[in-house]
Design a protein around this ligand. Structure first.
Ligand SMILES: [Zn+2]
Length: 227
């Protein structure tokens, strides 16, 4: 009898198995086993955390490329919102495995401009932050920052142009309008490219006397060195 129950359960699992959000094959977990492996190969060692010249620390889960790049594109452009949980959890696991990180931080997701968020229906950084905070138990301040200027697309701009484009794009949001956070801020974003976004967000908070420890990102683009 037990054997048949087990057999039935096995069949049920096959029937209800979701499609892998990256390749469409049946997936018992968040990804199929092949994509699971491919996403995992993008992971950086959890000890990576370096202070940049601007005075903030950077924590990156993985390098931006291959399966991780496809996963982020699926989340943002195909609106596969279910990807935010496994990706946010991966960030959290690595964060918790990294030694000597501060224990008391307030997580602030990098906001989208309101029109862009309406168009997309969600902010991917906020979605990642929800699951990151769920696992790390760090408090989340969704409205820590506001993005109040429509900035032109960052793609194809130089680092200087990006920074100029973003310089006044952020201001302190409603979460901190009445009371400043008690602990330093950990910014959270999906992709780190030149650092212009994080720098601009950091400056906006620091201008108002809010401490910023650094940023946690899902994927860091590895800059190719110019010849
Ligand atoms: Zn797959």
């Amino acid at each position: 009898m037990n054997h048949w129950v087990q057999h039935l359960r096995g069949l049920m699992t096959l029937v209800v198995a979701d499609a892998c959000p990256l390749c469409g094959r049946p997936a018992a977990n968040d990804f199929c086993s092949a994509c699971q492996r491919q996403v995992q190969t993008c992971a950086l060692p959890p000890a990576v955390s370096k202070v940049k010249a601007d005075g903030y620390a950077l924590f990156a889960w993985g390098r931006y490329g291959d399966a991780l790049k496809r996963a982020i594109a699926a989340l943002k452009y195909d609106k596969r919102l279910e990807l935010a949980r496994p990706l946010g959890y991966r960030m959290a696991d690595a964060w918790l495995a990294t030694p000597s990180l501060p224990k008391q931080l307030v997580v602030v997701p990098i906001p989208l401009h309101v029109s862009k968020q309406q168009q997309r229906g969600f902010n991917q950084a906020e979605q990642l932050a929800i699951h990151f905070c769920d696992q790390t138990r760090l408090p989340l301040a969704r409205q820590g920052l506001t993005r109040h200027l429509e900035t032109t697309a960052q793609f194809g701009l130089s680092a200087t142009e990006r920074l100029r484009n973003l310089e006044h794009a952020f201001s302190v949001g409603s979460a901190f309008a009445k009371q400043r956070p008690q602990h330093p801020v950990l910014l959270l974003d999906d992709i780190y490219t030149t650092g212009a976004t994080i720098r601009a967000a950091t400056q906006a908070l620091r201008r108002q006397g809010i401490r910023v420890w650094g940023a946690a990102v899902l994927a860091q683009a590895m800059m190719e060195r110019s010849p």
